[in-house]
Every structure is written in structure tokens, then in C-alpha cells.
Design a protein around this ligand. Structure first.
Ligand SMILES: Cc1ncc(COP(=O)(O)O)c(C=O)c1O
Length: 388
């Protein structure tokens, strides 16, 4: 691994002092400035009677954070609505379809998607959705041709993980969107495991929806999901999963029928999680400043080196070898995942594991090369000791 000249901003992440943090696929380390941001939130709340917190900052905060996220997704301002979490983002999109009313009722997903996807689409079957899950034979990839073949004239939506939480397999967003649109279908990508570590091009791809959240590669706190909707599609959709915040004039507190907002706010539901928004801002700022282009380059260099290391040791790598098909994590098979996670934690190396994936190991821009090597050396020692 060659060392590059790179400001890793390590001093801004106090958690890094406690060991080698390789968990960005799960929960990123908290930026120290989150403490100030949360205090601002408390101050605004405390002074609400003299300075209306909603009017002065809270009401427009969702949009402010949404626009910051949109920038990182490669979208324009006004294309992202903050959500309670990614699952609700997906359910909101699902609620825009009337599956029973049309022959175009097929939803194409893959076997590598996050379980929320599966549960939510399973539930749509009761409403007439025909769910087609493209299988994964090797536990790591879903061949692009298979996904493309599954998209036909009855497909209303192709909804899949851009990068899989299980193998770090990354699909070709441009090719999938092109095929789907040529067949009259829309595309939703779950970019939770991509945003902040892989460059995204929502507008260039012309993708219809992106969902995700801030707690992983974006170094934000929990309960701040997001939903990107292609700007020229927004007004065609009327989510049944809705609420007063999605109304065109929410403070009229008008009776039904619903009059959806003309903006991306039509995909909101109820009161936004204000603390989550405050907790997300510092991480978004750091990611913007470091730059996703640079983060991706660095990620690729390190995941490449990790795979080389693992291959030399004869380990089973449950992630794609091809960097074009990989996100920021490397999955390595071990005998007893949970036990190995505990043993590594005792040595101050923090990773996790998932069924069928093995260990999930994720270097982010703040990790040094030395840390990544030390983590792999520790793993090699423990594998030898415990016979994998
Ligand atoms: C790819 C992916 N999608 C969705 C989720 C779930 O997100 P949420 O808890 O915000 O619904 C996760 C969480 O780990 C994930 O990795």
C-alpha cells in the first residue's frame, strides 16, 4: 500500500482514538462538531418562546439538509426530501404505485438487496404487485445481463441496491436506468452503501429515485434518511404514505382531500426529526470538503490492497474483485463471524459480520494505511490461532 498525501481530518473524530474503526458500512464515527450542533438544537428549543424555533430555523432545516444530500447524490437542489429512515423512503415510493390497476405491475429486485426492500415488496404483493427477485448464484454478484433481461414491458419499477450491504457488489446504474426507461419502467436505487464513498450521478443517470441515510459513510447521526426524486417526475406522483407536512399549505390545516406540495416536500409525512438533522450537518460538511472523488479514489486503492492481501493468504473474499463492481467494503469469510468480531474488538479492531457475508471491513478516508494493514495483520494472526 503506498501512502498518499491526504488530509484525513482524524483529529475531528474523537472515536478514532479508541481503536481501528472500520465500520463505515454500519455507523460512522461522530465528528466532534456534532456536539456543538446538538447544543445549537438545544439552544433553539430552550429559546423557542422568545424566538420561534420552527420559524427561525427548524422548518427550513429539512430542505437545507436535503439540498446538501442532493449535491452528494449528483442531483439538483429541490430533488431530495429527508425521511425518517431509508425504509420509509422506499415505502413512500411504493405507495405511489397502483399495482392492481395496471398490467404493468412487476417490480424487479435482486437477492442482494437489504432485507427492508424484500419485506416492503413482499407486502406490496397484497396490493397486486408481481415481485421478481433476480437471483445471485455466487453470493457476491448479480450479473448485469440478468437484471436487464428481467426488465420487460410489464415492469413498473426496478428497485435494487446500488451497492449491496452483503457483498459490496455495485451495479451499473446507467445501464439499468437506460434499459428500464426504454421499457417504460422507473428505477429506484438504494444508495445507502454508496453515498459518501462512491461518486453518484443522479441527474446524469436520469435515475428516478434514490434512497439512503446519513449514519454510515456520511458520518451523521441516526434517523436521517433521504429520498431523491427526479425533479420532472415529482409532480406526477401522489404517495399514499403521506401526512400534513406533504400538503401544499400545511399551516392551513385544511380538511381532505389532500393537495400535495408542488415541491419535493410532497414526499414528506409528519414532523421531521430535528435532532437527526442537526446531527447530520457536520458529517455532510466534512464529506463535501474532503470530496467524494478523492474519497472514492482512496477507497479503491485500499480495498484493492485488502483484496490482494486476502488473496495472498488464501482467504475467501465475498466481494467483487473488479473495482468497478465494488463499493467501499471488503467482505471476508471466517468460520465463526460473531466470535471473530469479538476477538478483533478485544484487539481494538472494529468490524462486524453478516450471515452469508462474513466479516465486513470498511476503510474510510479517515483511516490510515497503517491502520488498515494492522487490522489485516491482526485478522491473519487470529485466523491462524483459531484456524479461521
Ligand atoms: C443498503 C441498505 N439499505 C437500507 C438499510 C436500512 O436503512 P434504514 O434503517 O434507514 O431503513 C441499510 C442499513 O444497514 C442498508 O445497508
Amino acid at each position: 500500500m503506498s501512502v498518499t498525501d491526504f488530509n484525513r481530518r482524524r483529529e475531528e473524530f474523537p472515536t478514532l482514538a479508541s481503536g481501528i474503526h472500520l465500520l463505515s458500512h454500519s455507523l460512522g464515527p461522530v465528528p466532534s462538531t456534532v456536539r456543538e450542533s446538538m447544543l445549537e438544537y438545544c439552544d433553539a428549543w430552550e429559546h423557542h418562546t422568545s424566538e420561534d424555533a420552527w420559524a427561525t430555523s427548524w422548518w427550513e432545516l429539512s430542505q437545507r439538509v436535503g439540498d446538501r444530500v442532493a449535491h452528494l447524490l449528483g442531483g439538483s437542489p429541490g430533488s431530495v426530501q429527508i425521511q425518517p429512515n431509508a425504509s420509509i423512503g422506499l415505502a413512500t415510493v411504493a405507495s405511489c404505485f397502483d399495482f392492481a390497476a395496471s398490467r404493468r405491475n412487476k417490480v424487479v429486485t435482486t437477492a442482494l438487496d437489504f432485507p427492508s426492500m424484500e419485506y416492503i415488496w413482499e407486502a406490496q404483493k397484497q396490493l397486486g404487485a408481481h415481485v421478481h427477485v433476480v437471483p445471485c448464484d455466487d453470493g457476491v454478484t448479480v450479473p448485469l445481463e440478468r437484471i436487464l433481461e428481467a426488465i420487460d414491458d410489464e415492469t413498473c419499477l426496478v428497485a435494487l441496491a446500488h451497492t449491496s450491504y452483503r457483498s459490496s457488489y455495485r451495479v451499473d446504474a446507467g445501464a439499468i436506468t437506460e434499459r428500464a426507461h426504454s421499457r417504460g419502467a422507473l428505477v429506484l436505487l438504494d444508495v445507502y452503501q454508496s453515498a459518501g464513498v462512491v461518486e453518484l450521478h443522479a441527474a446524469d443517470w436520469q435515475v428516478d429515485f434514490l434512497i439512503g441515510g446519513t449514519i454510515k459513510w456520511l458520518c451523521g447521526g441516526p434517523a436521517c434518511g433521504y429520498l431523491y426524486v427526479r425533479p420532472d417526475l415529482q409532480r406526477d406522483l401522489k404517495p399514499r404514505l403521506t401526512g400534513w407536512v406533504a400538503h401544499d399549505a400545511p399551516f392551513e390545516f385544511a380538511h381532505a382531500p389532500m393537495r400535495y406540495a408542488g415541491s419535493v416536500r410532497r414526499f414528506a409525512q409528519g414532523t421531521p426529526s430535528i435532532p437527526a438533522l442537526y446531527s447530520a450537518l457536520p458529517g455532510l460538511k466534512i464529506i463535501e470538503e474532503v470530496g467524494v472523488e478523492q474519497i472514492e479514489r482512496e477507497s479503491r486503492r485500499r480495498t484493492e490492497a485488502m483484496i490482494e492481501f486476502a488473496t495472498e493468504k488464501g482467504w475467501t473474499v465475498n466481494s467483487p474483485r473488479n473495482a468497478q463492481e465494488r463499493g467501499g467494503s471488503v467482505m471476508i469469510a471466517v468460520n465463526d463471524g460473531p466470535a471473530m468480531v469479538d476477538r478483533l474488538a478485544e484487539e481494538k479492531v472494529f468490524v462486524d459480520c453478516r450471515p452469508l457475508a462474513g466479516l465486513r471491513i470498511s476503510p474510510h478516508f479517515f483511516n490510515t494505511d497503517q491502520e488498515v494493514l494492522e487490522a489485516l495483520d491482526t485478522l491473519a494472526r487470529l485466523m491462524e490461532k483459531w484456524k479461521r
